[in-house]
Design a binder for this molecule. Sequence first.
Ligand code: ARG
Length: 460
Amino acid sequence: MWGGRFAEGPSAIMREINASIPFDKALWREDIRASKAHVAMLGAQGIVSTQDAATITEGLDQVAAEYERDGVPEDWDLEDIHMTVEARLTELVGPVAGRLHTARSRNDQVATDFRLWVRTANARALAGLSALRSALVARAGEHAETIMPGFTHLQTAQPVTLGHHLMAYYEMLSRDAGRFLAAQDRLNECPLGSAALAGTGFPIDRNSTAKALGFREPTRNSLDAVSDRDFALDYLMAASQCSLHLSRLAEELILWASQPFGFASLPDSLSTGSSIMPQKRNPDAAELVRGHAGRIVGAATSLMITMKGLPLAYSKDMQDDKPPVFEAASLFDLSLAAMTGMIAETTFKVDRMRAAAQAGHATATDLADWLVREGDIPFREAHHITGEAVKLADTKGCSLEELALADLKAIDARIDERVYSALSIDASVASRASYGGTAPDQVKQRVAEAIARLNSEAEG
Ligand code: ARG
């Protein structure tokens, strides 16, 4: 289509390096939708005749029907999806097809198509996140009173409730949803009509195309509109942050499903067997969620580096914006879906969790706190006394709770029989009832609030 200026056709290498059709054919629905909005506006403004606009619209519908049925043909000579659609339109309706490109350029066209695509990806992310957040909240409600060890440095620290642990991920993923929503809001401006870079001399109506394509308003600067890809980076960065969260959850499920932990059994439907070791149930889905996070962050890095230092306005480097976004989006959608299935269907081994919480002197802090509260002992001293008790329990091979009162009194005479009420893991979690703490009552309140929030989000 730009052949007029060139004596010879592009070399084979040029054709190949130039062609984006192998990947940007994924934009065909957006491309046809934007073209229909554009030609309707051209007709309404009298820039093309109503008759020609109708012919072009019918032709575009026919192209769409063909692509829906047969897929998009990949002809490198046609370079990209925009030229591919226009070429087929020309075959179908003749030279009138050439009027479609009045008052636009592939630069505003691709910016518009890609925004439409990313908008849908943002919406899918939000829907996937809602499903996963709902699954977390449901399991947290079920396990508001289930006790497990809480860890720091992956060492038993204090008992927590499983519901509290799951709700930690609900909080992370709710912030992630906020990032996708913010991305959606910033993306809500339509570049169409910015033309190549400077706008157009034709009397177009950008408000009407913006509205027809479901955008709040047209973009305000044509140079910016055709050359920025921050809407795609917003998506990739939100997906990256979220995939970091998903990878931490995946890692915990992998640990919990391991035999030494034995805290969880992942659903058969999301595990695999080993071809050589019959006893194995591998947490492949969780491992792949953990792995995909690397590729998603890589996609964000790739596009950031593509965009770095590009002068205004469009440069062909920007054609490389799409593969990382397409790849990251399919990995991310799958990760959310896999994680939702795992959370919904994992069997938590509550007895194992409880035994592990009991085993690691997880209530040592409770003993120290009791000494501070009941014995009016400074915390540092209480910490030291507790350390002696832990040492003794280790020597005797028992838990703190199992130490005889005489033994405890020998360590510090201020200890009396009331201490036992502080040493049980149930008392320990129940006592951590500060706002946002692990106590079952706190968890139940957070779960109720989360359910209300998810319901109100669903109502829009
Ligand atoms: N295939 C191109 C892309 O994805 C479309 C824009 C081409 N514009 C141009 N001036 N060559 O970026």
